[in-house]
Design a protein around this ligand. Sequence first.
Ligand code: GDP
Ligand code: MG
Length: 167
Amino acid sequence: RCGTVAIVGRPNVGKSTLLNRILGQKLAITSHKAQTTRHSILGVKTRAEGQILFVDTPGIHRRGESALNRYLNRTARAALADTDLILFVVEALRWTEEDEQALAAVARAGVECIAVVNKVDRVEDKEALLPFLQTLGERHAFRELFPVSAARGSQVEALEQAVLAAL
Ligand code: GDP
Ligand code: MG
């Protein structure tokens, strides 16, 4: 199996941290500041089962605020158009207008998509995740919903298996 996987989501949800975790190395720059990534960052993961090209897209931002935002949006959309699978990353228990915009771009791309609910290590009451997952599942026909912690690595291996299965 092989294919291209775009990692998409609003700034700060943990896209770069997830890519670094999957690759087992610090390739993408992670930061608490938004817009750290101006260009898409590519990473190849080679496994016995196949090879996956990951594309860490710059955040999809609100429309038209600046030339830079417009440029970032174009770059992100171009990456989406030519991909086999999208990992749509959100933060556990947090849904914002920017997530809405990013999901709209995913829907426009018309590509199969797995929702990654990141930063679950921060959620003390795990039961609170269930209604969040349910609501997210109603927003889009995701192939799967995956609660993970990119920072700690929990459920990331299972996510990789799901990605391979989808390619
Ligand atoms: P990006 O803008 O989507 O690429 O987000 P980054 O990967 O740069 O991460 C943004 C911030 O969230 C950084 O401070 C990360 O350390 C933090 N972060 C990322 N993943 C996790 C996680 O699983 N748990 C927690 N608690 N923090 C995380
Ligand atoms: Mg990033």
